[in-house]
Structure formats: C-alpha cells, structure tokens
Design a protein around this ligand. Structure first.
Ligand code: FE2
Ligand code: FE2
Length: 241
C-alpha cells in the first residue's frame, strides 16, 4: 500500500478491507464519511494519526489471510457479489430483527424505554433499505453490467445517457448517509450494542443481530460508495469520451 498518510480512510479500506477493523474499533466512519485523511480523523474523532498508522501497518503485515481483493474485481462481478451476499443478508435479517425488536420493546420497554426508539428507527431503516436495494438491483446494477459489457466489447455509446448513472448514484449515496446516520443513533441508544444485566435471551440475540446488521451494512456501503460507484462513473466517462 502506498503512503498511508496520503490516502483517505475510504481509500485505505478499499485497498485492503482488513484495515476496516482498525477504524471500526475507534468508531471511525469508513463508509459514508470515509473521504477524509487520517489528519482530519484526528480533528473529528480525536485519534492520533500515528496510532492509526501503527495499527493499520500491523494489520497489513499480519499473516491473517487477506480478504477478497474487491478493488481488483470487474465491476459486474462486484455488483453480483454485493447482490448475492449483502443484499441477501439484509433481506434475510429484516423480518427476523423486526420480530425480535417488536417483542423486546413490548416486554422490556418499561425498564429500557430506548428500545421503543430502536424499534422505530430499525423499522424505518428496513422500509427504506427495501426500496433502496430494489433500485440498485433493477436500475443501477443492470446499468453497470451493461457498461462493463460495452467497455469489454468496445461498443458504441448510444445506449448510455450521460447523467442518468450519476444521478442514480448520487441519490443512492444520499440514502446510504441516511441509513448510516440512523444506525449511529441506534448504536448510541444501545450504548454501542451492549447487553444490560436484566436482558433475556431474545434481548441478547436481538442486540447481537443488530450489531451484526450494522457491521454488514458498513461493509456493504463501503463497497458501493468507495469502489463500485466511483469506478462505474469513471468507466462511463471513458466510454462516452
Ligand atoms: Fe446495495
Ligand atoms: Fe446501496
């Protein structure tokens, strides 16, 4: 990896996803708010850049097998991967989490009134995410697959209308920010997904699942915001040249 100090957080994570653990540990946003340098991160989060560089270097030099080389994949393959893993996960977890959160707000809402807000926020997020995924699967990802095909075949540009892709991408990035903010609030309300002493099993499972959902969402948004979307826009402008 080139000089870490000169890269943004999003670029560092895009180059090696294992480094996301370092930012996650310090609660530094690497997906929606990742376009900042380590120096900016000091201002925003109060963590010394030297500490981050040291921890990132440790992760990079560890023998733990590297995660997928997302940044090197063809964009159609990356879109397929996101759909098969992250979209699948969101769709599978939403009904389960909804049922759990409704139940624990009902049973524990008196002692833990924040559970009502957590439930409300998650239900809103679930609804927005469902529409969001549909737009990606039906509109944006097919557009990206077409772009890849055209760029491989050196096809004509008549199928592409400038601005359509950029418009869709900026709308979707805005929606990522909304969900990122919603989950920041959920994390705060649950004291970073900690489980209180009086929690029953369902409570425990619900909070753990919620934490896993947020973690998956961060990776999902990172892959789209920092790799798939900007590369698709760059590919389109090359084709339209
Ligand atoms: Fe997505
Ligand atoms: Fe998305």
């Amino acid at each position: 990896m080139q000089n870490i100090e000169n890269l943004t957080i999003a670029e560092i994570v895009a180059q090696d996803y294992r480094t996301s653990d370092v930012f996650r540990k310090h609660r530094i946003d690497f997906c929606c708010g990742g376009k900042i340098s380590l120096l900016d991160a000091k201002q925003q989060y109060g963590i010394e850049p030297e500490t981050l560089v040291k921890e990132i270097t440790e992760v990079l030099s560890s023998n733990a097998s590297s995660t997928h080389a997302y940044n090197e994949w063809d964009l159609d393959f990356l879109a397929d991967f996101i759909e098969r893993t992250h979209h699948q996960f969101v769709k599978q977890e939403i009904p389960v989490l909804e049922a759990y959160l409704i139940k624990i707000a009902d049973v524990h809402g008196n002692n833990h009134p924040e559970l009502h807000d957590v439930k409300r926020l998650f239900l809103a997020s679930a609804e927005a995410l469902t529409t969001h995924l549909e737009e990606e699967e039906k509109v944006l990802f097919p557009m990206i697959r077409q772009l890849v095909k055209a760029s491989k075949q050196g096809n004509s540009t008549q199928d592409f209308q400038e601005e359509v892709l950029a418009h869709s991408v900026s709308k979707l990035i805005g929606e990522h920010e909304t969900e990122g903010d919603r989950f920041k609030e959920i994390a705060q309300l649950t004291s970073q997904y900690s489980i209180p002493e009086d929690a029953c099993n369902t409570y425990m499972v619900a909070i753990s699942k919620l934490a896993a959902f947020e973690q998956d969402l961060h990776q999902h948004i990172h892959l789209e915001n920092n790799i798939l979307f900007p590369k698709a826009i760059a590919m389109e402008s090359l084709i339209l040249q």
